[in-house]
Design a protein around this ligand. Structure first.
Ligand SMILES: Cc1cc2nc3c(=O)[nH]c(=O)nc-3n(C[C@H](O)[C@H](O)[C@H](O)COP(=O)(O)O)c2cc1C
Length: 186
């Protein structure tokens, strides 16, 4: 059975370079793994305990939780917004962190990568994402890291899938995460 890796992208814009990275990860998934891009983060309302009650959870949040429950591992793609992760990603983590102690991350492997315009490629955002998702119950794979600087210029003309260096790095990221999800730490 194929290992299911859910890709969550922290940028909503159509031309997002992080989204392009996720598209490339879908293409480069090794035999036995399937990377599924989650559509619909924009529709998930801000987390609110008052609506996180039986019968009250918005459909978009239910869809997110169901996709996460069905996943064996998670691959986050985060740009950096003002020194940290975009709100859309934090909101998804908050929804997936509940019910407390029984959220969808549930000890499953999580890797966080991404690209940002700054010279460090968004490391603050990706570190903050690791911190939050670990607290939310994910098993963060700390040694899978990929922070690509200069997003806006590097990928202005070239899709990440067509960038030889990035393609190789992404292939390795997905293969290693697959290894963890498969129980055979790569
Ligand atoms: C609101 C906002 C804040 C940003 N803050 C940072 C930042 O703190 N560090 C950084 O490296 N880039 C920052 N950027 C630039 C983004 O990293 C860059 O535009 C990136 O490509 C956005 O990701 P995307 O291409 O997936 O949409 C910011 C962009 C926006 C829109």
């Amino acid at each position: 059975m194929s290992v299911r890796i859910l890709a969550l992208v922290g940028s909503l814009r159509a031309g997002s370079h992080n989204r392009q990275l996720a598209e490339a990860a879908v293409r480069f998934a090794p035999e036995g793994a399937e990377v599924e891009f989650f559509e619909g983060l924009a529709e998930v309302p801000f987390y609110n305990e008052d609506i996180d009650v039986e019968g009250g959870v918005p459909a978009a949040a239910v869809k997110l939780r169901e996709a996460a429950q069905a996943a064996d591992a998670f691959l986050f793609f985060s740009p950096e917004y003002n020194g940290t992760m975009p709100a859309v990603l934090k909101n998804a983590i908050d929804w997936l962190s509940r019910p407390f102690g029984a959220g969808a991350f549930n000890g499953k492997p999580v890797a966080v990568i991404g690209t940002a315009f700054g010279q460090y490629g968004g490391v603050w955002a990706q570190d903050d994402t690791r911190k939050a998702v670990g607290i939310a119950g994910g098993k963060v794979i700390e040694d899978i890291k990929l922070s690509i600087p200069g997003s806006v210029t590097r990928f202005a003309e070239t899709h990440p899938a067509d960038d030889t260096e990035v393609a190789a790095q992404l292939t390795e990221v997905v293969a290693r995460l697959h290894g963890y999800a498969d129980g055979a730490a790569a």
